[in-house]
Ligand binder design. Structure first.
Ligand code: GUN
Length: 295
C-alpha cells in the first residue's frame, strides 16, 4: 500500500482563503479583526514564527500588532502590556510567543490574558471549557489536525485514536478534540508499555513526541491515518534536514494516509491562529461564528 499524502500546505491555503472571506465580510460591517503578538527576547526560531504570523495576518486583511520586548523585561512590565491589550477594543486575539525567558512565569502570564482573546487556547479557563465540551478557544495545532482528519475521513465517530505525547499544547487538547468527535481515545507517552502495539490499534495515529522518526512502519495499522506533528531539525549525510516524529518512508508503505514534514501540520497552525482570531472577533461583536473554522 502507498499512503495518500495529506497536503497541509494546500489545506492551510484554503483555510486562509476562508478566513480572508470572513474578514472582508466583517470589514464591510466596519469591523477589522486584530491580532496582537508579544515576543519577549531574541530567540531566533520564535522571531521567525512571529514574523510569519504578522505577514499572514496582514495578508488575510486583519490588523497585526507586534510587541517586541527585551529579554530582561520584568513580569510586571509584561503583565502591564497584556492588561493594555486586554482593554484594547481593536485587539481580538492575543498571543504571547513561547518559550518565555526563564525568569518569567509562563502560566501566570498566559492566565493574565482575557480568555475571550486567548487565541492560543492556553488559558486555564479555555482548557477547562474544552475539557468539559463547552465553547472555548481551541489550541491551533490540534485544531489544524482535527480539520485535516475531518476533511480526509469525514465522520470520526467510533474510530480508535492514539495520541502519542501528552503536552498541554498538543497531546492533551488533541485527545479532548478527538473525544469530542466521539473517537475512542488513548494518550500514549514515554512511559507507555509496548508503544508499538498500542499504536497498532489506532485508526488515527497522532504523533506529537518531538523525537525524530521514532514512529516506524511497525507502529502502524494497515490503512491508518497518520498525523505527524513533529518538527525536528536533524543532520544527515552532512545536510541539515527537517523531519517529523514519523519515519515517513516506511510509514507511507503501511498507512492509508499520512501528513508529510514539512508541508503537513506545520502550515495549519498559523492558518488556525487566524481562524481563531476571526472567531474571537465574531464572538466579541455578538455575530455568528465562521462555519468550518472552529471545533
Ligand atoms: N511556541 C511554539 N508554538 C507555539 C504556539 O502555538 N503558541 C505560542 N504562543 N507559542 C508557541
Amino acid at each position: 500500500m502507498t499512503a495518500t499524502i495529506i497536503d497541509g500546505k494546500a489545506f492551510a491555503a484554503k483555510v486562509r482563503g476562508q478566513v480572508a472571506d470572513h474578514v472582508a465580510r466583517l470589514k464591510g460591517q466596519g469591523i477589522t479583526p486584530g491580532l496582537a503578538v508579544v515576543l519577549v527576547g531574541e530567540d531566533p526560531a520564535s522571531a521567525v514564527y512571529v514574523k510569519n504570523k504578522g505577514i499572514q495576518t496582514k495578508e488575510a486583511g486583519m490588523a497585526s500588532f507586534e510587541h517586541r520586548l527585551p529579554a530582561e523585561t520584568s513580569e510586571a512590565d509584561l503583565l502591564a502590556v497584556i492588561d493594555r491589550l486586554n482593554a484594547d477594543p481593536a485587539v481580538h486575539g492575543i498571543l504571547v510567543q513561547l518559550p518565555l525567558p526563564g525568569h518569567l512565569n509562563a502560566d501566570l502570564v498566559i492566565n493574565a490574558i482575557d480568555p475571550s482573546k486567548d487565541v492560543d487556547g492556553f488559558h486555564i479557563s479555555n482548557v477547562g471549557l474544552l475539557g468539559t465540551g463547552q465553547k472555548s478557544m481551541v489550541p491551533c495545532t490540534p485544531l489544524g489536525c482535527l480539520m485535516m482528519l475531518r476533511d480526509h475521513l469525514g465522520d470520526l465517530s467510533g474510530l480508535n485514536a492514539v495520541v502519542v505525547g501528552r503536552s498541554n499544547i498538543v497531546g492533551k487538547p488533541m485527545a479532548q478534540l478527538l473525544l469530542g468527535d466521539s473517537c475512542t481515545v488513548t494518550i500514549a507517552h514515554s512511559r507507555t508499555r509496548d508503544l508499538a502495539a498500542v499504536c497498532r490499534g489506532a485508526d488515527i495515529l497522532v504523533a506529537a513526541v518531538g523525537r525524530p522518526e521514532m514512529i516506524t512502519a511497525d507502529f502502524i495499522k494497515p490503512g491508518a491515518t497518520v498525523i505527524d506533528v513533529g518538527i525536528n531539525r536533524i543532520e544527515r549525510d552532512g545536510k541539515k534536514k527537517l523531519v517529523g516524529d514519523v519515519d515517513f518512508t516506511s510509514a507511507a508503505k503501511v498507512a492509508g494516509a499520512i501528513t508529510p514534514v514539512p508541508g503537513g501540520v506545520g502550515p495549519m497552525t498559523i492558518a488556525c491562529l487566524l481562524a481563531n482570531t476571526v472567531t474571537a472577533c465574531c464572538r466579541a461583536n455578538g455575530l455568528s461564528e465562521p462555519e468550518g473554522l472552529t471545533a
